[in-house]
Design a protein around this ligand. Structure first.
Ligand code: BDR
Ligand code: CA
Length: 322
């Protein structure tokens, strides 16, 4: 069993990822951290609670994390044009959040308790800005030695940016926080995994296949997700970063990878940095791709950067949701 702690900003692809994880018998969602980004922090928390309530998982705790960036950021506005005002393309309304409130306990305190209860047994995955996680690491540096694995949906090493010319949205929302996370010495068995645009833009869903399956579905997942996915496709069709009728589902790919699904087919281990300056590359994820002499290993923090993806199990997982 994979035990996931998911730090998420509650947008369309975040919600697809959560539905997938909750439906898996071999995945336990241990806790959710709601972070600002795709929408306001509290809307993110409510969207997560809506899904937990609709799927009978209201026992999964939702913790309210950061409400805005930890410092200056090149992308400060929430992505209402991508995910709608409510994070779900305007479709959140009819779905009750259920009776269980989100917690206002500090993220560091919650994570500290979780890793004490499950030593080196939790898989941490982030699908939003890294503000909450960086803040927790600053408050309790020992958290870096608590997790079994760390997976971050964010960044882009070879593929260029999406929200900005050089920056992926989750990093652009808080470059300083991302810089903290990529320079943290995580004591996981394998280096942390960056699932960025290099792979998420190589695994696209199709309007006529996966979206059609959602639209035709009468399951709760279909009724909940079809409208938000239609809006997400309309955004991608408008920005033309994908072929017409094709849309990514970034956060689902990262969560599947964190859960051990065979979606990532190639990685390179590179040290990473994030541009925290104010120029054209602000928010860019920079990998040192030069060959590094053995003798200098240990002086930088290696990350596994996902570069190869198999879309087949990813697309199948989406169809299986409906
Ligand atoms: C990331 O940004 C958000 O809009 C998505 O939910 C995903 O986490 C992709 O750049
Ligand atoms: Ca997200």
């Amino acid at each position: 069993t994979r035990r996931l702690v998911l730090d998420t900003d509650g947008g369309v692809d975040d919600c697809v990822a959560l539905w997938w994880a909750l439906g898996r018998a071999d995945v336990e969602v241990v806790a959710l951290i709601a972070t600002w980004g795709n929408t306001a922090r509290d809307d993110a928390a409510d969207n997560l609670r809506r899904i937990l309530h609709a799927t009978g998982h209201s026992d999964v705790p939702v913790v309210r994390g950061a409400e805005g960036p930890s410092g200056p950021a090149p992308l400060e506005d929430r992505a209402a044009h991508v995910h709608g005002d409510d994070g779900l393309g305007g479709h959140a309304g009819g779905w009750p959040t259920g009776p269980v409130a989100a917690s206002d306990e500090a993220v560091a305190t919650v994570l500290g308790r979780l890793v004490a209860d499950h030593p080196a047994a939790l898989d941490l995955v982030t699908t939003g800005p890294l503000t909450s996680l960086a803040g927790a690491l600053a408050a309790d540096p020992a958290l870096a030695s608590g997790f079994r694995s760390v997976t971050v949906m964010g960044g882009s090493v070879l593929a260029g940016g999406n929200a900005l010319p050089a920056a992926e949205a989750n990093v652009a929302h808080d470059p300083q926080a991302a810089a903290t996370v990529v320079s943290t010495h995580w004591s996981t068995a394998q280096p942390p995994l960056l699932v960025g645009l290099d792979v998420t833009m190589g695994a696209l869903l199709e309007e006529d296949v996966e979206l059609a399956a959602a639209q035709a579905s009468t399951t709760a997942a279909g009724r909940f997700l079809a409208g938000p996915l239609e809006g997400y496709l309309a955004f991608y069709d408008s920005v033309r970063q994908t072929p017409p009728g094709h849309l990514p589902c970034h956060d689902l790919l990262a969560v599947m990878a964190a859960a051990g699904e065979p979606v990532i087919t190639a990685t390179e281990t590179w040290p990473l940095a994030v541009d925290t300056g104010g120029g054209a590359a602000w928010g860019m994820t920079v990998a040192d791709r030069r060959p590094v002499p053995e003798s200098t290993l240990g002086t930088f923090v290696p990350w596994r950067v996902a570069l190869g993806v198999d879309p087949a199990p990813f697309r199948q997982a989406v169809r299986d949701l409906f």
